[in-house]
Each structure stands twice: as structure tokens, then as C-alpha cells.
Design a protein around this ligand. Structure first.
Ligand code: NDP
Ligand code: GDR
Length: 327
């Protein structure tokens, strides 16, 4: 069976992808950074089949050593500084990890190499944030990029260098331009999980308010479990290529808030929501909505979880987690 190396194994997508590849019988290695990573225990508990290898996207020699030891058939590069708001305050770090880190991973693969018959395939986690101030709607693989944050700029570099290595060195390198995807494993810093966690705590009387920034921005939100399937499908094609993965629907942050409160049977949501300018960004991405026709027709990908199901699922999960803490 094939061997996969996943960078970003402690993140939302790394964990969903590990589950998927495990169900397909893969041998799975996860790249983990830091000398005492606090998420190691979680990964070992919930994904005991993952073997951890040390490495950091900022350290080329660690990546060469990881690729050389694992000899993966497939490398999924999911690691990044992925929080857009943080990228404004730590722009250089973001450029280094989220941007140049992709180049280092590609170099590690190019240097270690696979065999002619069995090349190491590469997946890059590109993002709809590259479209930023959108040039057309809906966004497709052909839509020009106009990033609005240091994160978006770094992702454009990561995307372009992936295409460049494919064209220059014949690497089997794919870039998945994924729109927002969420789940009960989403980090609490992202708006959807911040909302569902706060709604659960308000419902249980553990919190009084939910403090947010821009309620008007619109996102194309899907379910992470559906999206990792597209990553795998891209690497099973005869030729490497780039694909948009999205639902084709867009909702505002306000609509997400309304639905989340409704899922917890709280009608007067405005009573609990306070706006604070500290959560506004220096430049915002106002509207994202993707056209996944290519992924649907070429890969046969389709999303399974709808927007209402996604919100309900996350609220239900957070209610269960927060209730359990009380007992
Ligand atoms: P997360 O923020 O949940 O996970 C990011 C991962 O990157 C973590 O495992 C983190 O490790 C790791 N990481 C950060 N810095 C380094 C480093 N220097 N070296 C090695 N690992 C590092 O992100 P998601 O799972 O949500 O997203 C996965 C990828 O997909 C990211 O690249 C993201 O930018 C991209 N993406 C995500 C979308 C989404 O909606 N979720 C949409 C489009 C693209 P640690 O925990 O140790 O810090
Ligand atoms: P995003 O996700 O920037 O789209 O990037 P995030 O959930 O952080 O923001 C979505 C929208 O909500 C608005 N917002 C707030 N956001 C946060 N985090 N906290 C708040 O309090 C808040 N109030 C309003 C934001 O301004 C924004 O408009 C995610 C990440 O996963 C990226 O890594 C990925 O590439 C893109 O999705 C696609």
C-alpha cells in the first residue's frame, strides 16, 4: 500500500486526511514541529496509526531528512501559518512558513527524488484567499489572483512555485484551491468555531456575549471531511493539475451567527453579539464563492454536507463538549 507524508498533521485538515488515508490502507507519517508539541498527545490518541517525524517548514535539512526517511509516494503539504488575522501582525513569519515553506518542501522532494516509475506526488494546500478582492464571480481556476493579506500573498507564492516545479522539473505537483472548510475540529480562532463554541457556552450559561468583527463578509463554507477527499483524488489522476474546491454557495458571517444561535434554540441572538473593531482586518476579503465544476467533472468530487448541516453539526458538538466539562 502507498505511503503518505502529511505536513500540518496537528491541524484540522491533517487529521481528517489522516483518517481518510488510513481507511484506504495507507502507511501514514505526520510531520510535527517543536520540541514538545502540545498537540502530540491528541494526534497519538485519536490517530494512533500515524507515525510522527520531526521537521519544520522553515528548516530545509529537516524536510530532506523526513522525505528521505519516509520515502513517501504522496506528500500532502498542509502545514502553514493559516490564520489570516495573525498574518498581518507576523507577516515575515507567514511569508517564511506559508510561502517559502512550500519551496523548501518541493526542494526536499526534488533533491531526494522518487524513482522514474514511482515519482513522489505532491499536493499543495492553496486557498481561495488568493482571489482576495475578487476579479470575477464565481471564482474558477482561471480567475486572476488579488490577495488582500500577507497570508494571501504567501499562498500565491506557494501556488505559483508549485506550478513552476511541475513545469520545470516534471514533478507530479497539484495545487488544490480550497475555499473555507470547517468542522468540529476547526481551531477556536476561526470565526465559525468561535461562533459555535460561544453559542454553546451562552446556551449553558457559561458566557454572556460573543464579540466579533465584520459580520458582512461572505464566505463559501464547506465541510472539511468532504474537502480532504478532493486532495486525495487530485493525486490519483493520470496528470497533475490544479482544482478549485468549493460549494458554489455563499453566506455572510451574520447568517452563520443567526443559524448557529437558531441551532441552539436561541431566537434573540442580537442581544448576545457585540462588535469590536479590534477584530477588523486592515484589508478584508468581502466575498468568496467558488465554481468547482472542474473538480466535479474531472475528479468526480462532490460535497456531501450542506451549510445548514455544517452549522448544526458544529453547534451540537460544542454543546456536547461544553456540557461534558460541567459534569
Ligand atoms: P490549521 O491551522 O488547523 O493547521 C496548520 C498546521 O500547520 C498545524 O498542524 C501546524 O502545526 C502546522 N505548522 C505551522 N507552522 C509550521 C511549521 N513551521 N512547520 C511545520 N508545521 C507547521 O490549518 P487547516 O488544517 O485548516 O488548513 C490546512 C492547510 O490548508 C493550510 O495550509 C491552510 O492555509 C490551507 N487552507 C485551509 C482552508 C480552510 O478553510 N481550513 C482553506 C484553504 C486553504 P502546529 O499545530 O504544531 O502549529
Ligand atoms: P478566513 O477565516 O479569513 O476566511 O480564512 P476566518 O474564519 O478567520 O474569517 C472569516 C471571516 O469572518 C470575519 N470575522 C472574524 N474572523 C475571526 N477569525 N474572528 C472574528 O471575531 C471575526 N469577526 C468577523 C473575518 O473578518 C473574515 O471576513 C480561512 C483560513 O482557514 C485560511 O487559512 C483559509 O485559506 C481561508 O479560510 C480560505
Amino acid at each position: 500500500m502507498p505511503t503518505a507524508l502529511i505536513t500540518g498533521i496537528t491541524g484540522q485538515d491533517g487529521r481528517f486526511l489522516a483518517d481518510l488515508l488510513h481507511s484506504k490502507g495507507y502507511t501514514i507519517y505526520g510531520l510535527m514541529k517543536g520540541q514538545n508539541n502540545p498537540k502530540l498527545e491528541l494526534v497519538q490518541r485519536e490517530h494512533p496509526y500515524v507515525e510522527i517525524v520531526e521537521g519544520d517548514l522553515c528548516d530545509l535539512s529537516s524536510l530532506i531528512s523526513a522525505v528521505s526517511r519516509v520515502q513517501p509516494d504522496e506528500v500532502y503539504n498542509l502545514a502553514a501559518i493559516s490564520f489570516v488575522a495573525m498574518s498581518f501582525n507576523q507577516a515575515e513569519l507567514t511569508a517564511n512558513v506559508t510561502g517559502t515553506g512550500v519551496l523548501r518542501m518541493l526542494e526536499a522532494i526534488r533533491i531526494v527524488g522518487g524513482s522514474q516509475d514511482n515519482p513522489m506526488k505532491f499536493y499543495q494546500a492553496s486557498s481561495s484567499e488568493m482571489f482576495g478582492k475578487v476579479r470575477e464571480t464565481p471564482q474558477t481556476e482561471a480567475t486572476p489572483f488579488y490577495p488582500r493579506s500577507p497570508y494571501g500573498c504567501a499562498k500565491v507564492f506557494g501556488h505559483d512555485i508549485t506550478v513552476n516545479y511541475r513545469e520545470s522539473y516534471g514533478l507530479f505537483a497539484c495545487s488544490g484551491i480550497l475555499f473555507n472548510h470547517e468542522s468540529e475540529r476547526r481551531g477556536l480562532e476561526f470565526v465559525t468555531r468561535k461562533i459555535t463554541n460561544a453559542v454553546a457556552r451562552i446556551k449553558l450559561g457559561l458566557q454572556d456575549e460573543l464579540v466579533l468583527g465584520n459580520l458582512d463578509s461572505k464566505r463559501d463554507w464547506g465541510y472539511a471531511g468532504d474537502y480532504v477527499k478532493a486532495m486525495w483524488m487530485m493525486l490519483q489522476q493520470p496528470e497533475p493539475d490544479d482544482y478549485v474546491v468549493a460549494t458554489g454557495e455563499t453566506y455572510s458571517v451574520r447568517e452563520f451567527v443567526e443559524r448557529a444561535f437558531a441551532a441552539a434554540e436561541i431566537d434573540d441572538w442580537e442581544r448576545y453579539v457585540r462588535l469590536d473593531p479590534k477584530f477588523l482586518r486592515p484589508a478584508e476579503v468581502d466575498l468568496l464563492v467558488g465554481d468547482a465544476t472542474k473538480a466535479e467533472t474531472v475528479l468526480g468530487w462532490k460535497r456531501e454536507v450542506s451549510f445548514p448541516e455544517l452549522v448544526e453539526r458544529m453547534v451540537r458538538h460544542d454543546l456536547a463538549v461544553e456540557s461534558a466539562k460541567l459534569s
